[in-house]
Design a protein around this ligand. Structure first.
Ligand SMILES: Nc1nc2c(ncn2[C@@H]2O[C@H](COP(=O)(O)OP(=O)(O)O)[C@@H](O)[C@H]2O)c(=O)[nH]1
Ligand SMILES: [Mg+2]
Length: 299
């Protein structure tokens, strides 16, 4: 199955960086320190995500107004698009809210007039730049956006960031979106959430054949500052499997237990399942792996 996803938004909101980090394994820390060049012209790329081929369309922000007026461009960008992700940030919202409302309204009407079956998703990105105090009221911000949009349907809304403490928000948003279209992605997401429910300070990753993390599920109390570091470890370990599937990880002066197991015999789309925990030891983690495999077989 091919899933066309189009990324749109004003310049400099983070579209290309999201693509690099989530779909190409780019290091978010480096990409925030050394930003990418502005995207000139629309970029098309293809990525694997479980059983789905994601055909990703990354649009240049500077030409958004032209893209939204030009019929030919509208077709090129949106025709057969299952999902449009409109990305904006808090700074944009403060300084250009009317422009954002107009753009989203235009996209909504283009899809409606052309009878496309496209879902629109909104990312309020770079939430790391919002003050802690304001972040506490983030749902009010969402309400404000939805009210001003005043559309007949409520669009799906996500708060995202690639900042280390918050990066899981971006993974979650993307895998959530893809689960709308892929039965297998949805099942896997439900399965991992089920396994870690009621645990404490534990995280689960599933990687694909390219060692990319395709699903991540963590308990509410998991220390998010550890996550980017763990992504790197998981990626490297997946590439060079060792004899032992158990290791201790030292991260930010914390010791975590990790187990990893190859599950490619259960599903050709997957490579490894990995559990990492601050609270569980080796045997408990091995039990989780067994539980995961039993549930995966059931599906
Ligand atoms: N603080 C912060 N900066 C980000 C985040 N995501 C991307 N950026 C930065 O935003 C800038 C624009 O990114 P880019 O992907 O080129 O934006 P695009 O024009 O929408 O494709 C770059 O400096 C990125 O490093 C984020 O989550 N937080
Ligand atoms: Mg770009």
């Amino acid at each position: 199955m091919v899933l066309k996803i189009t990324l749109v938004g004003l310049p400099n909101v983070g579209k290309t960086t999201i693509k690099k980090v989530i779909f190409e394994g780019g290091d978010p820390n480096k990409l925030i320190l050394f930003p990418l060049e502005a995207t000139i012209g629309t970029k098309f790329s293809v990525h694997d995500f479980i059983d789905v081929k994601i055909s990703l369309v990354d649009t240049p922000g500077q030409s958004l107004p032209i893209l939204l007026e030009d019929e030919e461009k509208q077709i090129q960008l949106f025709e057969n698009s299952k999902a449009i992700i409109y990305i904006f940030d808090y700074e944009n919202w403060i300084s250009q809210s009317q422009e954002i409302i107009d753009d989203i309204g235009k996209i909504y009407r283009i899809i409606k007039n052309r009878n496309y079956k496209t879902k629109i998703f909104l990312f309020l990105h770079k939430i790391d730049l919002i003050s802690q105090k304001m972040r506490g009221k983030i749902n009010l911000l969402k309400e404000q956006v939805i009210n001003q949009l005043n559309l007949p349907v409520e669009l799906n809304f996500y708060f995202t960031s690639l900042y280390p403490d918050l990066i899981y928000s971006s993974y979650n948003a993307i895998s959530d979106i893809i689960s709308n279209f892929s039965e297998n992605a949805l099942k896997l997401k439900d399965l991992t959430n089920l396994i870690i429910a009621n645990l404490s300070r534990t995280i689960c990753f599933v990687t694909d054949n390219n060692s990319n993390i395709i699903i991540q599920a963590n308990t509410q109390d998991f220390d998010n500052t550890l996550i980017p570091n763990l992504h790197e470890k998981v990626y490297n370990l997946s590439k060079t499997p060792k004899e032992s599937n158990f290791s201790l990880i030292d991260s930010h002066s914390k010791v975590l237990y990790m187990v990893m197991e190859n599950i490619s015999n259960l599903s050709p789309n997957f490579q490894n399942v990995i559990f990492i925990s601050e609270t569980l030891g080796k045997n408990d983690l091995l039990d989780l792996i067994d539980k995961f495999k039993v549930e995966l077989k059931k599906k």
